[in-house]
Structures are given as structure tokens and as C-alpha cells.
Write a protein that binds this ligand. Structure first.
Ligand code: GAL
Length: 658
């Protein structure tokens, strides 16, 4: 179990470093991420490298028994680089350049950036590939962070090449984007630009491809660095830090390229439901590389600096949130950052070693957590506990959030609605892509698969026919991979499986707004009673059984929730977006039909129970003390457990099935 933090020794005089190492040992630190923002220190000018300081600090850490996750330092190019090569700066939608003075200001597709980054990584990798302290490589940092989309000239040129590789001919591109609309037809790839500032809506196919391109450019950067590290003879695993579900970067596609998945997680300590974000991150990270432990690469020991108001963590919250990750397969708990900065925009961000010193609660909690993690035995990776999958698809995310739709949908918050409801029911879920192997799941929830490929539809159909229970929700199966309608109306791929036809999407005005067009949608019947929001679709049952109907509103009397048997399984369709309670009602029905059990029965909503193989973790995030019936052996100390009483942020890690 790794324990540690980003370590930025270049921010401190060298005399402090031995004290850092001593304090790290006191805190139980086993590994630090070194050099993430050290480019300017390692390479003070283009033809000058200074590794003396890095040699010394790695040596000190190694002598102190602390391993190094060595970063490639490419996330923040120094000012000399962008002054010499201004073409490597990213640009906004109007083509206006970003400047240095912050971080992550580079254009990922810029040849100048890649050349400089490549040269830097070559130097670092060749120097440290065989250093015994280095146990992991940390490529760049949070790819895509701050700069969702780059519209620079470098991106323009790279986009044209990317389109040529994807479509081969400009005719194929015109066909895919439907450019006969609004006289958008291209005569050559050289006429295509990034979707820069325009008077009105961009072509949706272009927007979707620009998202794909953006993720691919960052992936090219990652691969370039990884390949340089490998070519230098490094045998250590290589990672780059993810940020939960992050729209610009298709992590489901990237996962195969990383040896170890790592994640950065910053739930708001003030949000009583914030722990569900930690749960969601952890379940996603575990699902990205099944059966492989992952790392919580960054979290805060207490407050961050970047919200309008930055609450400190409450007593015990740090350990409880760390155990959420361990419970979900993390084999390392690390922080941003080791020593709180004295200068710079993150000086108010907490560190493991606080600016206020070691006589404060944060430090005591950091030390206690390090001790506890250090005492943990080797834990089994998850062996496939979840019997439920929720589908999360980046390409669908990009397409469904294109403009000019019946209503604006926030895909991630809709997926989170289903995830959070399952979490409240204490059912363990994986988060997987629609083409994943679904054979070990009993129930699959497919929220709003607007963009549905033939391959994904075939996968979902096979899942149901083999006996699975599938729930598809409104505004699904609408377009193909180019964001075009398919011939033959809507629902062309899943119509037979679902036994329904969708005639209209029935947009509702946003909840809370008033005025003309205000429509209410309520779902009732069959034991269901909940409001529907955003969409109340006009659905016709064509073979499906109607479980609940709309009552009131323009779809009154029409099907809202349907079920249709196909092969050995059942496919459900919900033609609206339920509120939280309604989401729970629908899931309870689905889980009942699919015989899915909670991890533990009868837990209150603010208590979670998670399985990682034989390890059962129970955490109380609520303020009321709870007693939980759980039997086994305490992982820490080996005592027999016959039920546990947990105060707020209390947890138990129990080995079951001896
Ligand atoms: C992350 C980043 C760190 C630090 C942290 C602050 O996004 O990787 O370098 O800035 O946020 O919360």
C-alpha cells in the first residue's frame, strides 16, 4: 500500500529536504510523485539541463526508504519555451492565444511543444530509467485539465491530418458531417478549421470529431512520452493521473495504454453527499482496468484553494474518504501535496505537512492514516463483485451535449443520478462502456445512449438474450457515430429488443421555470409514483408490457416505463428522467427482477458497504452512530468481528469468508 504525495522540493531551499524526508518517515510515506512541475528547474534554458538537484533529492529519498513516482515535468512549459516558440501556445475559440504565467498553456498538437517535451523526457528517462528509487513513471499531469479544447493553428493543422486519416477523402468527410446543410461543403481538407467562434451553431459532426481529435491529441502526447520512457530501458509501470469522469479525455479508450490507473479526487468536504463522488471515482477507476489495483494519486489533506469557499475536512473525514478508495481497489493513497506551498496560487491548498506545522489536527490525522495503511496486509484485488453495470460512454457524452437538441442534458449528472441511486441502495456497480463484456452482470443500466453504435446495440441485445436485465432510458438510440439520424426513424437499433416505438421526445421546460409550454409529467401505476423531468417521450408499446404510464401532461395515459422479454432476459425502457426518489423506485424494481442483492441489507443511506474480493469495508459518512451486522476478522489486528458500531466517519475493514 503506497502512501505519499506530490513532492515539489524545487519550491524549497535544499536545507529543508532532509527535514522533509524525516517528516515523511514519521508520516509513514512510502512514495512521492516528484518533478511534476519542475520543467523550469530541470531545464533553465533550451540547451541547458540541470539534474544535480534532482539527483540529490532522489538520493535523499532513496536513502530514507522512500520510493519515487518520477514525473516527466511536461505539464507546464517554462517561459523561455513559449517565448522562443510562441506557436506552441494553445488558443481559445476566437483563436486568441493563452499565455504562460499559469500552467497547462501548451497546444497538445504543436510540433514545437512535442519536440521540447520529447527532448526533456528523453533526458529524464535516460538518466533515471534504472534508478532503484524509481518505482513508477508519472507522465505529464491531468491531461486536458484547465484547457478543455485548443483552437490554435497547431490544432488546425493537426485536425486536418486527423480528418484525412479518419475519412480518407473529403467526400467521405462531407458525407459524415452532412455538409450540404447550410452550404458547408468542403472542397479540400485545407478548408476545414477547428470549430472556432462562429455566428451560430457549428456542424454537430464537426463538434463531435473535434472532441475525438482533442482526446486523441492528448493520447498521442501520452504515448510519445511513454514510448520514450520505455525506449530508455525503463521497466517500471507507467501512469498518468485521471480525474474521475472527465469529459475531454476518453479514459475508457486510454485505460489500455496505462500500466496502472491513477485518479485525482477532490470532493467538497462541506457537501454531505460529497462522499458519493469518491465512490463514483473509485468504482470507475476499478472498472477501467478490472482486476488491477489502482492509485488514488491526489487528494487534499484538508481544504483546497479553488472553490469559491474552501471548507476544511472535518475530523475523521480524511481517513473515511481514503478508505473508500482502498475498499474499491486502490493500492495507494497519495495527496496533493507533501508540504504546503509558501508562494503561488496554491498556498492556501492544504498539504500533508501543513504550513501551520505539526501541532495541528491535519498532521495528526495524516500520521495516523499512514500508520493504519502501513499496517494493512496485502489486499486482494477485486475479483468481479459487481453484478450491475452502469454504462458510461465518452462519445455519447460528447454527442448528447451538442447544441440544438430537444432539451439540454448534462450527461454526467444524469449518469450520476443512476449511480447515486444504486449507491444509496448499497448495490455495488461497475461503470463500463457499452461495448464491454457484460456477461457477468445481471442488470445493466444504459442512461441516455443518444449515440448508439451498431456494435453497442448488438452487445446490449446479446446481453438481454442471454438472460440479462437491461434498462434503457429516454433519448437513446437516436443517432449514429457521426451524430446523424439513421434511416427509418428513431430507435432503429433497439426497437425490437425494447418492444416500443418512440414518436417524439416530448421536451419539458426546465424544472422551476414557468410560463407558456410548462408541462408536468408524472409517472404512476404498477407501484411507481414519481415526477418525470426534462423529457416525457411519446412512447408506443409494440409488444412491451406497460409497467407505468404518464398521468397528466401531454403524454397522459401513454407508456412511461415498459418491459419486454427477449430471449432469456428482459429489456426495460423509461421514457423520462425521474427525480432521485423515482430513480430509486425504478432501480429497486430492476434489481428485484434481476435478483441483485445489496452488499449488506438494511444500511442507512449515508453508510456504504463495499466488497473488494473477501474484504468487506463499511463506512459511516452520516452524523448518527450506526450498528452494522457484519461478521469476519478485522483486517487491522485480526480480531473477530461480530457486528460493529460506527460513529461519524467510522469504518471497519473486515475479511469475510474464512
Ligand atoms: C490538481 C493538480 C495538482 C494541484 C491540485 C490542487 O488538479 O494535479 O497539481 O493543482 O489539483 O487541488
Amino acid at each position: 500500500m503506497h502512501y505519499g504525495a506530490d513532492y515539489n522540493p524545487e519550491q524549497w531551499p535544499e536545507e529543508i529536504w532532509p527535514e522533509d524526508v524525516a517528516r515523511m518517515r514519521e508520516a509513514g510515506v512510502t512514495m512521492v510523485s516528484l518533478g511534476i512541475f519542475s520543467w523550469a528547474r530541470i531545464q533553465p534554458s533550451e540547451h541547458e539541463f540541470d539534474f544535480g538537484w534532482l539527483d540529490r533529492v532522489i538520493g535523499l529519498l532513496h536513502d530514507g526508504g522512500i520510493a519515487v513516482d518520477l514525473a516527466t515535468a511536461t505539464a507546464s512549459p517554462p517561459p523561455w519555451a513559449t517565448v522562443a516558440y510562441p506557436e506552441m501556445l494553445a488558443a481559445d475559440e476566437r483563436g486568441t492565444s493563452y499565455w504562460h504565467g499559469s500552467r497547462q498553456h501548451y497546444a497538445p498538437s504543436s510540433p514545437a511543444y512535442r519536440k521540447l517535451a520529447g527532448a526533456l523526457v528523453t533526458q529524464i528517462a535516460e538518466r533515471y530509467a534504472r534508478h532503484p528509487a524509481v518505482v513508477l513513471w508519472h507522465v505529464n499531469n491531468e491531461y486536458g485539465c484547465h484547457l478543455d479544447i485548443d483552437y490554435s493553428d497547431a490544432a488546425r493543422d493537426a485536425f486536418r491530418r486527423w480528418l484525412l486519416a479518419r475519412y480518407g477523402t473529403v467526400d467521405a468527410l462531407n458525407e459524415a458531417w452532412g455538409t450540404m446543410f447550410w452550404s458547408q461543403r468542403y472542397g479540400s481538407f485545407a478548408e476545414v478549421f477547428p470549430p472556432r467562434h462562429a455566428p451560430y451553431s457549428h456542424n454537430p459532426g464537426q463538434l463531435l470529431d473535434y472532441r475525438r481529435f482533442t482526446s486523441d491529441m492528448l493520447l498521442e502526447c501520452y504515448r510519445m512520452e511513454r514510448d520514450i520512457i520505455r525506449a530508455a530501458g525503463a521497466a517500471q509501470p507507467i501512469t498518468t493521473n485521471f480525474m474521475g469522469a472527465f469529459k475531454p479525455v476518453n479514459y475508457a479508450q486510454w485505460a489500455a495504454e496505462l500500466d496502472v490507473i491513477s485518479d485525482d479526487l477532490y470532493p467538497d468536504p462541506d457537501d454531505p453527499e460529497g462522499f458519493r463522488e469518491g465512490a463514483f471515482h473509485g468504482d470507475l477507476m476499478r472498472s477501467l482496468k478490472p482486476g488491477t489495483p489502482w492509485l488514488l494519486m491526489e487528494q487534499a489533506s484538508s481544504a483546497v484553494n479553488w472553490r469559491p469557499s474552501n471548507a476544511p475536512k472535518a475530523p475523521g473525514q480524511l481517513a473515511a474518504q481514503s478508505m473508500q478508495a482502498v475498499a474499491r481497489g486502490a493500492d495507494g493513497i497519495l495527496f496533493f501535496q507533501w508540504r504546503q506551498s509558501r508562494a503561488g496560487s496554491e498556498k492556501f491548498h492544504s498539504g500533508m505537512l501543513p504550513h501551520a506545522g505539526t501541532q495541528i489536527r491535519t498532521w495528526r490525522e495524516v500520521v495516523a492514516l499512514g500508520r493504519e495503511l502501513g499496517d494493512l496486509p496485502g489486499l486482494p484485488p477485486d475479483d468481479g463483485t459487481a453484478r450491475v453495470a452502469i454504462l458510461l460512454d465518452w462519445e455519447n457524452w460528447w454527442a448528447i451535449e451538442n447544441p440544438d437538441h430537444p432539451t439540454s442534458l448534462d450527461y454526467l449528472s444524469l449518469v450520476r443520478g443512476w449511480y447515486d441511486a444504486a449507491h444509496r441502495l448499497h448495490v455495488q456497480v461497475d461503470l463500463v462502456r457499452p461495448t464491454a463484456d457484460l456477461s457477468r452482470y445481471r442488470a445493466v443500466v444504459a442512461p441516455h445512449l443518444y449515440l448508439l453504435t451498431r456494435e453497442a446495440a448488438a452487445n446490449l441485445t446479446a446481453f438481454v438474450e442471454a438472460g440479462g436485465h437491461l434498462l434503457v432510458t429516454a433519448f437513446s438510440d437516436v443517432v449514429d457515430e457521426s451524430d446523424r439520424f439513421r434511416a427509418g426513424g428513431f430507435g432503429t437499433q433497439l426497437r425490437d429488443l425494447l418492444g416500443i416505438a418512440v414518436e417524439d421526445f416530448g421536451a419539458l421546460v426546465a424544472p422551476g421555470s414557468s410560463g407558456p409550454g410548462q408541462q408536468q409529467a408524472r409517472v404512476s401505476g404498477g407501484g411507481f409514483a414519481f415526477p418525470g423531468i426534462l423529457l416525457a417521450e411519446e412512447v408506443h408499446a409494440v409488444g412491451a408490457e406497460v409497467l407505468a404510464a404518464f398521468d397528466g401532461g401531454r403524454q397522459a395515459g401513454r407508456p412511461a416505463l415498459t418491459a419486454h422479454s427477449s430471449g432469456a432476459g428482459t429489456a426495460y425502457y423509461l421514457g423520462t428522467v425521474p427525480d432521485d426518489d423515482g430513480t430509486g423506485q425504478v432501480l429497486r424494481h430492476l434489481f428485484g427482477a434481476a435478483q441483485v442483492e445489496p452488499v449488506l441489507p438494511g444500511l442507512p443511506p449515508l453508510v456504504e458497504a463495499i466488497r473488494r474480493g473477501r474484504l468487506l469495508t463499511v463506512i459511516n459518512h452520516g452524523s448518527e452512530s450506526v450498528h452494522v451486522e457484519v461478521q469476519g476478522r478485522d483486517v487491522l489486528g485480526g480480531a473477530v468481528v461480530q457486528g460493529v458500531t460506527l460513529q461519524q466517519f467510522g469504518y471497519a475493514l473486515v475479511l469475510t469468508g474464512d
